[in-house]
Write a protein that binds this ligand. Structure first.
Ligand SMILES: CC(C)(COP(=O)(O)OP(=O)(O)OC[C@H]1O[C@@H](n2cnc3c(N)ncnc32)[C@H](O)[C@@H]1OP(=O)(O)O)[C@@H](O)C(=O)NCCC(=O)NCCS
Length: 316
């Protein structure tokens, strides 16, 4: 097989074909769009990071892997990390090392720029071959005993055209309640603009009696997170137990919620990037503790007193 490896930036004419392969590989139905659900990964400005494998004879895309650089906020400092997603190989070309080659290329191209690579998958044995370690589960609770609706709790759904007006308030709540309490992704104005382009995710906001936005949540994210609430900041007036009655919810931790039926949605898999950046990042999490082996180093990242939370919206 005569293959060429390139990027969507080199071949913008192959974007639609690439999306078709991804959507077929993930069994998307026609009412969903990977491009919308993963807007930051697939937007034109990220095309230099969308690696593709092309079969030369028919100039046909047969594989894709997307990389998105973000920053991880850890106890007041930011560190560059790389998120990987949209890994897909056309079914008739599988098991000949194409995904492996795309992954190796991605790691080689970006290692020096990031402290960690992160991807979400249930194929842990496969990614172990590239030194990814399974870490961090995503828990989803089922609805509590008293099903309720967002408007009963005082939340209002905001239409996609209106949401950019809310960026300053959302950003403030996110920084205060998520960045300051969890190891989580940094969101500057540009990231917020990109994330709000994920129009397959519904935004609901809550206002205090004085009219200030004091809480919000995002529900659904197209095909992947249908009907699941995957990021929330609650106003003081709404206890978590009442909020849990809204339906399926992705939480940072199951602590205090274990009585509700819950399931693990998927695993986060991590791999170190540059040794130096990885060490700096690790030491910010667990000062003075830098175990000898990579697996132990990665495991130590989760023994910190600061919990992790990477929301569904940020899951590339
Ligand atoms: C997962 C997926 C991307 C793998 O693509 P791929 O190109 O077939 O991957 P590779 O060829 O690199 O590796 C697949 C297997 O083939 C084996 N393989 C690799 N090169 C090979 C070769 N030359 N000859 C025979 N087998 C080979 C690998 O060892 C691997 O085996 P394993 O499953 O036991 O680990 C592809 O199956 C896919 O698109 N699946 C649907 C979408 C999906 O699940 N994406 C991943 C989400 S995180």
């Amino acid at each position: 097989m005569d293959l060429k490896y390139a990027t969507l930036y080199d071949h913008p004419e192959l974007v639609d074909q690439t999306l078709e392969i991804i959507e077929n590989s993930f069994a998307y139905t026609s009412n969903f769009s990977f491009k919308t659900d993963f807007y930051p990964l697939m937007s034109e400005k990220n095309w230099p990071n969308n690696l593709i494998a092309i079969e030369r004879k028919n100039n046909q895309v047969i594989g894709h892997l997307g990389f998105l650089k973000r920053s991880l906020h850890i106890n007041g400092k930011n560190f560059p990390i790389g998120m990987i997603g949209g890994i897909a190989v056309s079914s008739s070309f599988r098991k000949s090392g194409i995904a492996g080659t795309l992954l190796s290329r991605c790691i080689e191209l970006n290692t020096s720029d990031v402290g960690l690579f992160l991807l979400w998958s249930n194929l842990s044995d496969y990614y172990r071959k590239w030194d990814f370690t399974e870490n961090g589960k995503v828990f989803v609770t089922q609805a509590g005993n008293n099903p309720t609706s967002p408007d009963q709790l005082g939340f209002l759904k905001i239409s996609p055209d209106e949401r950019s007006a809310y960026t300053p308030q959302l950003s403030l709540l996110y920084n205060t309640h998520i960045n300051n309490h969890f190891i989580s992704l940094v969101r500057d104005e540009e990231s917020w603009d990109d994330l709000l382009c994920i129009t397959s995710s519904d935004l609901f906001v809550h206002r205090s009696l004085s009219g200030q936005v004091d809480g919000y949540f995002f529900k659904g994210k197209g095909f992947d997170l249908q009907d699941i609430i995957h990021e929330y900041v609650l106003p003081k007036s709404i206890p978590l137990e009442s909020f849990c009655n809204l339906g399926e919810i992705w939480h940072a931790s199951i602590e205090g919620l274990a009585l509700l039926p819950h399931k693990t949605l998927f695993m986060a898999m991590l791999r170190p990037g540059s040794q130096n950046l990885f060490k700096q990042l690790s030491q910010q999490i667990t000062p003075g503790n830098f175990p000898a082996t990579t697996d132990a180093q990665i495991a130590a990242l989760f023994n910190s007193s600061t919990p992790w939370f990477i929301s569904g919206l940020d899951s590339i």
